[in-house]
Structure formats: structure tokens, C-alpha cells
Design a protein around this ligand. Structure first.
Ligand code: FCB
Length: 452
């Protein structure tokens, strides 16, 4: 190899990620129960343009074709998520065999192409029946999740390479229960805090179950959305604001998982501002701190904040740095943040094994003559891969990289208005067209590295 080729370690797991509600469609087929995202999308006013995941990419029916596509790109791993109400329509109790069969076929199809399945149990589509009992705000949710993890892992545990208990508990708790912009659309900070605790507890209770139902060597982890937070200026007030934002976004979850407790400064802040410290029962923190095999990192951008007395309980407001480039989500493109994040996690949390479980960008792609040229996405991915490479060079135990996303899909409250795929989806005809970035990625995977 030439000196200007960034070679990744042997066996590095290059993959792509999706989530059930965002791609499957078939929202009420084959015995599937209603999820909170079905309910949310079917309620006017929540989702841009009234879009729903009713059909999405129709992956539930087109999974064979989609696996072919993954094979053509040479993917080594695929991160999918399971729709809880497809497997347990009421969330607990009665199992729906057709739902389990569908995922079993999918996993077998991946293995037949030597693609390692990484399976997320909860990527936001809670059974509505459980929401009717309070959802994650009900402490029983930790046990409902444990039961669900047991059912799924008894069925698939012999074939799955990795389990991810939750995808982005911060988003589930704070966008779902505090900001109310995601299902179930609630705006209640103390509830959101309690939800975050129940999510973590459910993770802790599920880990031993997943282990005991899985083949040896199956890895178990959790995925967090993490971002370095920078202060807008050097001022003490802004630095303190950045620290608070970091506590809220990152340390609130990393602390319990890796250090045995919620961060002291955040507990004080919550107590002071909203009497919203979580109710924690004895034994909870031990359960949450159960050792895991990897930390899944979703990284898209950094945060930049300034102190602001009007800025809610955190007294901080986001700042949009000038002179930066932004994606269609209006997220700053900041690859250096990935390097900073990975090295920081490595140093601060005892060098955990990590996977990038999501990284990618939305751009306004256009299909022209049956092709999509997306040079900005290629550049985005290239620069983030280079940042990851640099972190690995410095000893970070990064084992794989799942690009978000395999294909364009339903982007939550923004519906189909944002395209994150490396494969373009023509929703009307349900055609898949690999974008330039997919073809480029194929080459990266084949060579296990990138040009500098
Ligand atoms: C993450 C979600 C994923 C996708 C990307 C853009 O927060 O996990 O489903 O929507 O953002």
C-alpha cells in the first residue's frame, strides 16, 4: 500500500444501517400490532406533509431484493431493527409467529450472503398497547422490554452477530417526552427524565437475557447519539453552558452505563430547576452498569452553545457556527468531531470497544438519467472515515462502521423530505438506484480503506 492510503484493520466491519419503522411499511400486515409511530403518523399535525411509514420502502416485501443490493455493494454487516409490535402485537404475552418468521428469514438471507446481522431491539416503535399503559414512563416497561428481548433472542440468538438494546435513549426520552416532536408527543420534563432511567434499566435487565439466549461470541451493546459540545466563546459562562449541554446529551447516559451513576452536576441542576431527578430504586444502578461488549456510537455533528438565561433548564442555546458547511438537516459538517469524540470516549471510559452504528448525511439528491451524483455525501463519508481511521491509529478500539443509511427512508417527523441513503429510493415505483456514494463505498469496502 502507498503511504497515502488509509488502511483499516483486518476484519473491520463495513456496513449500513436502517430501522424497522423507517423502511418496512406493511404497518398492519401478518398480525402486526399498532406502534406509537403508527399512531403518531396517523394523527394529523405531527409529521411533515402528513407522511407515514405505512408503506415506506416496502422493505417488508422487498427484503430479498434489498439483501441482493447489500451483497452487490459488498457490505460485511447490516444493522437492522426489529419492530416490537410485529413480534408481540400487544407488547407482551401473545407472540406473533409470522413476525418472528419474517425476521428469521431476513437474518438467514443476510447470512447466506455472509453479511453479519447487527440487530437493534428498540428503534422507537413501541407497541401502542404498552403506551396505553404509560409507555416508558411506567417502570414496568423495563420488564416488558426484558420479556421482548427474551422472545427475540430465543428465536434469533443463534444467528445474530450483535445485539443493540436501544437506539439513542436521549432521543426516545427527550424528543418523545420533553420536546414532544417524536412519538408519543409528550412535553413533560420530569417524565422524560424518568423515561431515560427506565430505558437504561431495561437495557441492564435485557443484557444478561440476550447473553444467555445467544451463541458464544455474540456481542451485546447499546447505541447512544453522542456529540462533542463546544462553547461558542472562551467566556466562563459559555464554557459552563457547554458543560451542561454535554451533561444532558452525553454524560447523562454514559455515566450510568460506565461509571455507575448519573453525573452529579446534572442531578443538582435538575433538582434545582425542575425537581426532576429520577426515582432510582436500589439495585437499579448495578443492573444498568452490567458490562457490555461494545458501545454503539451515532455521530452526525457537534454541538456549539452559549450561555442563555432564557435557554430552559440548561440555560444554554445552540449556536450555528458561521463559515461551516451544512447538510439538508442543517447539521454542521464537522468530521473532526468524530475523532474528538472517539478519542475522548476511549480515554474517559476505559477504552471500550466501539462501532459507529450511524453516520451519514442528508442532501437534496436528484435522479438524473437514472443516476444520482452525490459528491457532497462522498466527501462527508470520506472525511468521517478518515477521522475514524485517525482515532484507530491512536489506539481507539473501533471495530466497524455502519453508514446511515442503506437507502432513503422515512425520516421521522420530517417524513420523506430528507434523503440519507447511499441508495436512492424512487418511492412511487419502489425502485432502488445506488447513488455515486454507494458505488464509492463499495470500493472502500473492497480495498478496506480510503485514499488520503
Ligand atoms: C438518528 C436515528 C436514525 C435516523 C438518523 C438521521 O437519530 O437513529 O433513525 O433518523 O438520526
Amino acid at each position: 500500500m502507498t503511504a497515502d492510503f488509509l488502511q483499516f484493520p483486518d476484519g473491520f466491519l463495513w456496513g449500513a444501517a436502517t430501522a424497522s419503522y423507517q423502511i418496512e411499511g406493511a404497518w398492519d400486515e401478518d398480525g402486526k400490532g399498532e406502534s406509537i409511530w403508527d399512531r403518531f403518523c396517523h394523527t394529523p399535525g405531527y409529521v411533515l406533509g402528513g407522511d407515514t411509514g405505512d408503506v415506506a420502502c416496502d422493505h417488508y416485501h422487498r427484503w430479498r431484493e434489498d439483501i441482493q443490493l447489500m451483497a452487490q455493494l459488498g457490505l460485511k454487516g447490516y444493522r437492522l431493527s426489529i419492530s416490537w409490535p410485529r413480534v408481540l402485537p400487544e407488547g407482551k404475552g401473545q407472540v406473533n409467529p409470522a413476525g418472528l418468521d419474517a425476521y428469521s428469514r431476513l437474518v438467514d438471507g443476510l447470512l447466506a450472503q455472509s453479511i453479519q446481522p447487527f440487530v437493534t431491539l428498540y428503534h422507537w416503535d413501541l407497541p401502542q398497547a404498552l403506551q396505553d399503559e404509560g409507555g416508558w414512563a411506567n417502570r414496568d416497561s423495563a420488564h416488558w422490554f426484558q420479556e421482548y428481548a427474551d422472545v427475540v433472542s430465543q428465536w434469533l440468538g443463534d444467528r445474530v452477530s450483535g445485539w443493540i438494546t436501544h437506539n439513542e435513549p436521549w432521543v426516545i426520552a427527550f424528543l418523545g417526552y420533553y420536546m414532544g416532536v417524536h412519538a408519543p408527543g409528550i412535553q413533560d420534563l420530569p417524565a422524560a427524565i424518568q423515561v431515560s432511567h427506565h430505558l437504561l434499566l431495561s437495557h441492564g435487565l435485557a443484557v444478561p437475557v440476550l447473553r444467555s439466549n445467544s451463541a458464544q461470541g455474540t456481542q451485546v451493546g447499546i447505541t447512544l447519539n453522542l456529540s462533542p459540545v463546544h462553547a461558542a466563546t472562551e467566556s466562563e459562562a459559555d464554557q459552563a453552558a457547554a458543560r451542561r449541554q454535554d451533561g444532558y446529551l452525553n454524560r447523562w447516559f454514559l455515566g450510568p452505563l460506565f461509571k455507575g451513576d448519573y453525573p452529579e452536576d446534572m442531578l443538582e441542576l435538575l433538582e434545582r430547576h425542575s425537581a426532576a431527578a429520577p426515582t432510582v430504586e436500589s439495585g437499579d444502578m448495578e443492573a444498568i452498569g452490567v458490562p457490555i461488549d461494545f458501545l454503539g456510537v451515532n455521530y452526525y455533528s457537534r454541538g456549539v452553545v452559549r450561555a442563555d438565561p432564557e435557554g430552559g433548564p440548561l440555560q444554554a442555546t445552540g449556536v450555528r457556527p458561521e463559515g461551516s458547511e451544512y447538510t439538508e438537516m442543517d447539521w454542521e459538517i464537522y468530521p473532526a468531531g468524530l475523532y474528538e469524540l472517539l478519542t475522548h470516549l476511549h480515554n474517559e471510559y476505559d477504552g471500550p470497544a466501539m462501532y459507529i452504528t450511524e453516520n451519514g448525511a442528508a442532501f437534496a439528491d436528484e435522479l438524473v438519467d437514472d443516476a444520482v451524483e452525490d459528491p457532497r455525501r462522498v466527501a462527508y463519508l470520506r472525511d468521517h472515515f478518515a477521522a475514524a481511521w485517525q482515532a484507530i491509529e491512536e489506539g481507539v478500539d473501533l471495530r466497524g462502521y455502519f453508514v446511515w443509511s442503506l437507502m432513503d427512508n422515512f425520516e421521522w417527523a420530517l417524513g420523506y423530505s430528507k434523503r440519507f441513503g447511499i441508495v436512492y429510493v424512487d418511492y412511487e415505483m419502489q425502485r432502488r438506484i445506488p447513488k455515486r456514494s454507494a458505488l464509492w463505498y463499495k470500493d472502500v469496502i473492497a480495498r478496506n480503506g480510503i485514499e488520503e
